[in-house]
Design a protein around this ligand. Sequence first.
Ligand code: FAD
Length: 362
Amino acid sequence: MANNVVVVGAGVLGLSTALVLSKHKNLNITVVAKHMPGDYDIEYASPWAGANYFPVGKPGSSLQRFEKATWGELDRICREIPEAGIHHQVTRVYGRKKDAGTATAQWFEELTKEDAWFKNVVPNFRVLPKSELPPECDTGTEFTSVCINTAVYLPWILGQCVKAGVTIKRGILSHISEAGSFHSSGQADAVVNCTGLLASKLGGVMDNNVYPGRGQIVLVRNEPGVMVTVSGTDDGSEEATYIMQRAVGGGTILGGCLQHNSWESQPDPNLAQRIMQRSIELCPSLAPTGKVTELSVIRHGVGLRPMRMGGPRVEKEMIDGTWVVHAYGHAGYGYQSGWGSAWEAERLVLSIVGQGEVRAKL
Ligand code: FAD
C-alpha cells in the first residue's frame, strides 16, 4: 500500500528531500510551497545563495555529519550531470589573526583552519606557504570545492522530482496540520517541514530559535578564475568577503555579510560598494585596472539565511495526530549540507511509514 507524504517547501532542502524520497516507489509524494524555483523573494533563501561548499560544522555536530555526507553527492553530480549546474573550483581560504572573535571569524572558524576536519573529504587540500598569501593574511589553504548555479540547480532538482512522479503544487499553509489537504488523497501519513526561515511563523511550529541572517550579494559578469574567501574584513564584524564563479554562465557572486536578526530586503548601496571594493582587492584578477567600475553588474541581491540557534533541526515530532519530519534551519549551509540532511529526513520518514532503516549514507 502506498503511503502519502507531503513536503512543505521547495527550497534546496524541500526539493532535495523530495527527490531522495521519490526513489521509494511506495511513497506518493506531493511538494507544496509558497515559492518555487524561478521566484526571487526575500522569504525564499535558496536562489540567493552562492552557492558553494565551504564546510563550517563543528566536529561532532549533526551539521558536520551532513556536510561530510553531502560532498560525495555534489562531486558526483558535478562529474556526471553537467546540466545540473555545478562545477569544480580551485578554492583559497585565507585567515587573518586580527579577525579572531568577530562574527565572521566565528562563522568561518572550521573553514579557515589549516588542520581542517574536511582536509581528507575534499580533494587537493594543501596549506599555503607564506609566500602565496595576500598581504595582511596570516594563514591559508587551497582545495578543490564546487560552485552551484542555483538558477540551474534548483529547476534541475525540481525536474528530477517531476520525472520521478512527485506532484508539485503552489500553496500557502498557515498551520502545518493543513499539509495533508494539499495531497490528492486529502491526507498525509507523514509531512516533511522544509519551510526554512518561515518555520518561525508557521502555526504548529513557531520555532523561536529561528531568525534571519541577512546576506547581501553583487552578481557580476567578471571572472575571478579562483573561488576565494577570508576570515573577516576591516569594515565591521558582520561583513565578509567571498567570491565564487557559478557554473554554466551563472556569473560571479561577490559577498557579503551576515547580519543577525535583520529582515531588511533592500540592498544597501554603501555596503554594495564595500563588497565590490573588497572583492577586487582580495582578487585582483576580477578587475585588473583595480577600479570598481570595471565590474559589470548583473544584479544586487539580498537573501535571508534561515539561522537557528542550536543548528539545523532534522527530527520528527507528532503534531495534531500526524508525524512531521522537520528539516529546516540550515542557515548559510543549506546546499553544502543538503543531501546529508535529506538522507536523515528519509530515514525518519521511513521509520514513520514502517519501512525500517535505509542504507547508512551518513
Ligand atoms: P528556502 O529556500 O527559504 O525555502 C523555503 C521554502 O518553504 C520555500 O519554498 C517557501 O515558499 C516555503 N514555505 C515557507 N513557509 C511556507 C508556508 N507557510 N506555506 C507554504 N510554503 C512555505 N548555502 C550553502 O550551502 N552554500 C553557500 O554558498 C550559501 N551561500 C548563501 C549566500 C546567501 C547570500 C544566502 C542568503 C544564503 C546562502 N546559503 C548558502 C544558505 C542557503 O541559501 C540556505 O541554507 C538554503 O537556501 C535554505 O533552504 P531551505 O529550503 O531551507 O529554505
